[in-house]
Design a protein around this ligand. Structure first.
Ligand code: GUN
Ligand code: FE
Length: 434
């Protein structure tokens, strides 16, 4: 062996990370791949493979043995609001618009106070970090200084996130509204600073939703997104009264989706749209054609009586989908809970709305929560070779009982019965974060 080959070999092994345990992941929605007592090998933060026996070439590398624990890909929360963490479980008898006015906006106002923001965002980051979530797309509030505090804390956490300074220039309370000009210029300077400052925490353009943004503002935001090659996130077609309101505000647009599309907000790299409960067939086609990621937020949709999103129909149409907690429309920040809620909501949709729409299986819901949402970052959310190594180790020993279970059955029980105390370790991009 030449000296350079030896040197290459040494570097190669130095960046190798090997986890041993019961490995289970969803490479597709149609089945779970499970390897008992297997080896998950990654090199420089990228999965090299899952092996029943450790290949010869890795002999001598350190193996982190997690015994009988489950090792799963990290879950992706593709929609939640950091400043609403402090009002989880409040106003749950209201629908969207009154809930926003009485609870969400009143809470977000407080983030002009940096001491309040630091304390509240610290609690939010601790909660996000201690669960099964490894990546997230997060709404902050419209306040830039507080948003930067949140981004500093998330960067410290080791999680990988996109964070949006929220834009609002109409139909909002006096205490939570910006001038169109300030909203645009504050966003652009915040984007520039963020791109220079962080490695794992990226800015995402975040018009709150059509009712709170003028077409002028949304068009300018679309231009910023295009100029800096940034993704966009917003809300789409969540609640019947909201949709009516959008129709009144934009009588010239055929649908809610058309408003975003005309403002250049539908084709960014990519665009995330939360909810999509009431999309028409035409809108589903547009969402698919523009590569928009639709985020299902089942618990929020139930809590604030929005409805049940037709997930099966969107999947059949080829719409890309992720899953979100929508804290605090959703009271739980647990992505395991979101998986369980997605399955429950799909069963009620089948029973109460349309018998032809089969409920989601565990594999499908888990796939949407991992590889589905992970597609926002590229190759994320699976243990196939080439995927970024985001993994969560679950010690389910106290919930599996005495009868022998398959790994798929154990995953199902963990999804429904485990909590943060069962999370034993977490890796993001090959680095251990807890
Ligand atoms: N639509 C606009 N803003 C919000 C929000 O904060 N939460 C939810 N669920 N929907 C919204
Ligand atoms: Fe939301």
């Amino acid at each position: 062996m030449s000296a350079t080959a030896e040197l290459k070999g040494a570097i190669f092994l130095k960046n190798t990370l090997i986890l041993k345990g019961n490995i289970i992941y969803a490479a597709s929605g149609s089945e779970l791949t499970a390897v008992e007592n297997g080896y998950l090998v990654s090199e420089a933060g990228v999965v090299a493979g899952v092996f029943p026996q450790l290949p010869e070439r890795y002999a001598g590398s350190e193996v982190r043995d997690y015994g009988d624990s489950l090792i799963i890909p990290g879950l992706v929360d593709l929609h939640l609001h950091a400043p609403q963490f402090a009002i989880r479980g409040m106003g749950m008898d209201l629908e969207l618009i009154p809930w926003l006015n009485q609870y969400a906006f009143a809470e977000e106002k407080k983030y002009s106070d940096l001491e309040y923001a630091a304390a509240a965002y610290s609690a939010f980051c601790a909660a996000l970090k201690s669960g099964v979530t490894t990546r997230a797309a997060i709404f902050a509030s419209l306040h830039v200084p507080a948003t930067e505090i949140l981004m500093d804390m998330l960067e410290q956490s080791g999680l990988v996130t996109y964070v949006g300074k929220v834009n609002m220039d109409r139909n909002s309370p006096d205490y939570l509204v910006e001038s169109t000009r300030d909203s645009i210029s504050d966003t652009e300077s915040w984007v520039r600073r963020s791109l220079e400052t962080y490695r794992n925490t990226k800015p995402i353009i975040t018009p709150r939703f059509v009712p709170s943004c003028t077409a002028e503002l949304m068009t300018a935001l679309g231009e910023i997104a295009a100029r800096y090659n940034l993704p966009v996130q917003s809300h789409l077609s969540e609640n019947v009264n909201e949709i009516k309101w959008v129709k009144e505000l934009h009588p010239d647009c055929e649908t809610y989706s058309d408003v975003y599309d005309r403002c250049g907000l539908f084709g960014q790299q990519p665009t995330i749209m939360a909810h999509c409960v009431y999309l028409t067939d035409y809108e589903m086609d547009l969402v698919r054609e523009r590569g928009v990621l639709a985020v299902h937020c089942p618990q929020s949709n139930i809590n604030i009586s929005s409805g049940i999103a037709p997930v099966r129909r969107m999947l059949d149409k080829g719409v890309k989908m992720g899953l979100g907690t929508d804290v605090a429309g959703g009271f739980s920040i647990s992505m395991f809970r979101a998986v369980a809620d997605a399955i429950q909501a799909s069963k009620m949709y089948a029973v109460l709305v349309d018998r032809s729409q089969a409920p989601l299986t565990l594999a499908e819901a888990f796939y949407i929560a991992t590889k589905g949402g992970g597609s926002f970052w590229g190759s994320v959310g699976s243990f196939e070779p080439g995927y970024e190594m985001d993994a969560v180790v679950i010690d389910d020993s106290d919930i599996i009982g005495n009868s022998p279970l398959t790994l798929a059955q154990r995953l199902e029980r963990a999804v429904h019965l485990s909590d943060d105390r069962h999370v034993k370790a977490k890796y993001v991009r090959g680095e251990q974060v807890m």
